[in-house]
Design a protein around this ligand. Structure first.
Ligand code: TXA
Ligand code: MG
Length: 328
């Protein structure tokens, strides 16, 4: 009897492994697989299979008005799913792919409407991770993959993070280690031929402008139908998080048990504070951000106090995620 119960429980748990062939087989059968990328883990399905894509929305509890991005192995593969690369998009793809850049481009009809929430454009990127590159080279379809977390929660940067939240709902998590960058991709579109930044990521505005010239910024807001996933309250831990100067925040909440998130180690750092990068390295801080927010969420504290990082390079993307996490 006991054995039977164990079998039932075990059958409900995801396998965590490094078997790319297993992932390929499951994806070909229309199943979901969590995949590693250099940014965050994705919850992947055959982007051309409407039934498989529907499972993503169900498992993530994601509203169907929030479009998914698709992942391809190369610019050549991408050309089969978008109408035409505007010159500037092609220039960016040539420089930054494979890498943390999503381009929003007019889609071909082979991409089902459910993927794009009915929009005429599709977000597309070529990720930079050896396992996922192998997947995409061998599969005969692109992978639709949002971040592998329940809608609105912090994105996963390890296989364990995926397992913690979705392990009872999917069969396989392809374990590619800790994500190298740790923040979701930079998203750029070309609405009315104007290059537009929709989401900040590791690739900065400056490095994009160095290649294609000026780009306008239209980040999120609940009323922005173009990037509906850019909802203000996003990437959020379950506990309230307050952003600002830690010393004054502590005075604002004298009676709360607080967890503290610091950028770097200074004379003000207390032993219990969690530090993103001891020496104040922004890339390291980005890698550690989501895991640290998860850690604070699990700790025995009532609220989280966090400080912003220097607003340069990837620091702008870190601050963007902190602000969204704090906006409730
Ligand atoms: O780094 C990443 O981009 C990760 C990894 C797994 O590749 N994926 C990811 O997906 O962050 P997701 O679904 O969590 O975020 C994609 C964002 C959403 O906010 C969505 O609103 C936006 O891209 N998006 C997708 N298609 C779009 C479109 N056609 N126009 C504007 N925004 C779009
Ligand atoms: Mg997401």
């Amino acid at each position: 009897m006991l054995q039977n119960i164990n079998e039932v429980l075990l059958s409900k748990m995801a396998t965590i492994g490094e078997d790319v062939s297993e992932a390929i087989e499951l994806l070909r059968r229309g199943e979901l697989v969590a995949i590693p990328t250099e940014t965050v883990y994705g919850l992947a399905a055959n982007a051309l299979d409407q039934t498989a894509v529907t499972k993503i929305f169900v498992i993530k509890q994601r509203p169907t008005f929030d479009p998914l991005i698709i992942h391809v192995g190369s610019i050549e593969q991408a050309e089969g799913y978008v109408h035409k690369f505007p010159d500037k998009a092609l220039q960016l793809a040539k420089v930054f792919w494979p890498g943390p850049l999503t381009l929003v481009l007019p889609k071909q009809s082979i991409i089902p409407d459910i993927v794009t929430s009915g929009l005429g454009t599709v977000g597309i990127r070529c990720p930079n991770h050896p396992f996922t590159s192998r997947l995409l080279a061998e599969l005969e379809f692109p992978l639709a993959a949002p971040s592998a977390n329940p809608f609105g929660y912090v994105s996963p940067t390890t296989a364990q993070h995926v397992d913690d939240q979705l392990g009872d709902k999917i069969k396989y998590i392809l374990d590619g280690g800790s994500c190298q960058i740790g923040l979701e991709s930079t998203i750029v579109g070309f609405e009315n031929k104007t290059p537009t930044l929709y989401r900040r990521g590791a690739i900065s505005v400056e490095s994009i402008e160095n290649i294609i010239g000026p780009i306008q910024t239209i980040l999120q807001s609940t009323s922005n139908p173009i990037a509906p996933g850019q909802l203000e309250s996003h990437y959020a831990p379950r506990k309230p998080i307050y952003l600002g100067d830690i010393t004054s925040l502590k005075k604002d909440y004298p009676n709360k048990v607080t967890g503290v998130l610091r950028f770097k180690k200074t004379k003000d750092t207390s032993p219990g504070d969690l530090v993103l990068s001891e020496k104040g390295n922004l890339e390291e801080a980005a890698q550690n951000l989501f895991a640290t927010l998860r850690q604070l969420d699990r700790m025995d504290v009532e609220i989280i106090l966090a400080e912003e990082v220097p607003n340069i390079g990837i620091g702008m993307a870190i601050n963007d995620r902190l602000q969204r996490a704090a906006s409730k």
